[in-house]
Design a protein around this ligand. Structure first.
Ligand SMILES: NC(=O)c1ccc[n+]([C@@H]2O[C@H](COP(=O)([O-])OP(=O)(O)OC[C@H]3O[C@@H](n4cnc5c(N)ncnc54)[C@H](OP(=O)(O)O)[C@@H]3O)[C@@H](O)[C@H]2O)c1
Length: 188
């Protein structure tokens, strides 16, 4: 995957490679992105599996930091509850829910197409993509004819990132954050 260079990583993140990547100058590097203030552009973020757990907490944090957040999940009720919770905290930056089963590559493609088309139309940058989806399957199984764990934990975020790279890089600086899990070290 043609990821950019790692720009900021916690100690844990370093251990698993470069899950946080950035395109273009970052504030940490001393080049503030003034476009939001100068041109009224929105800071936007997409958080996969963002309707519960770590993803929802991440979405809440991003909304609190002034991002317009899109949370992705399968369950519409859970999505609506997550949006309500985010909006109750920061009504001036409304969130939204997009449904997608990230265990289906067709749905990943449709999700990426929709997000890319919307950003192309609105002109707003896609500032942050958080690939948070992850799942453990107690029994071996396949989805879309592919081993389920490999599909959800690797192929799906890889494909979403690849398809959104033009959108992410078009208005850099932008960030891709890959959330992973310690069991990835035990795979054979
Ligand atoms: N929890 C931990 O202790 C822990 C530790 C290390 C790493 N992690 C990593 O952190 C990330 C999040 O973990 P978590 O524990 O917060 O997860 P979680 O609570 O199990 O996540 C639930 C979220 O995942 C969504 N989701 C699950 N399968 C999905 C699919 N196929 N397509 C779309 N959305 C899906 C759910 O939405 P719906 O219900 O709508 O489908 C919901 O928003 C994962 O990558 C995990 O590997 C977690």
């Amino acid at each position: 995957m043609p990821f950019g260079s790692a720009c900021s990583a916690t100690r844990n993140h370093k251990r698993i490679g470069n899950p946080i990547v950035c395109y273009g100058p970052s504030k940490r590097m001393g080049y503030p992105d003034n476009r939001v203030e100068e041109y009224g552009m929105k800071k936007t973020a997409v958080v996969t599996a963002g309707t519960a757990g770590i993803g929802l907490e991440t979405a809440l944090g991003l909304a609190d930091a002034g991002f317009f957040v899109t949370v992705v999940g399968r369950n519409a009720d859970r999505g609506a509850q997550a949006v309500d919770r985010i909006n109750a905290m920061n009504p001036s930056h409304p969130a939204r829910f997009l449904p997608a089963d990230l265990g289906s590559l067709d749905q990943v493609r449709a999700l990426a197409d929709q997000i890319a088309a919307e950003h192309a139309t609105s002109g707003d940058p896609l500032t942050v993509l958080v690939n948070n989806v992850g799942a453990m399957f107690p029994e071996p199984q396949t989805l879309d004819g592919i081993e389920a764990s490999f599909l959800v934990n690797h192929l799906s975020p890889y494909l979403l990132t690849e398809l959104l790279l033009p959108t992410l890089t078009a208005d850099a600086p932008s960030r891709i954050v890959n959330v992973t899990s310690r069991p990835c070290f035990r795979t054979r």
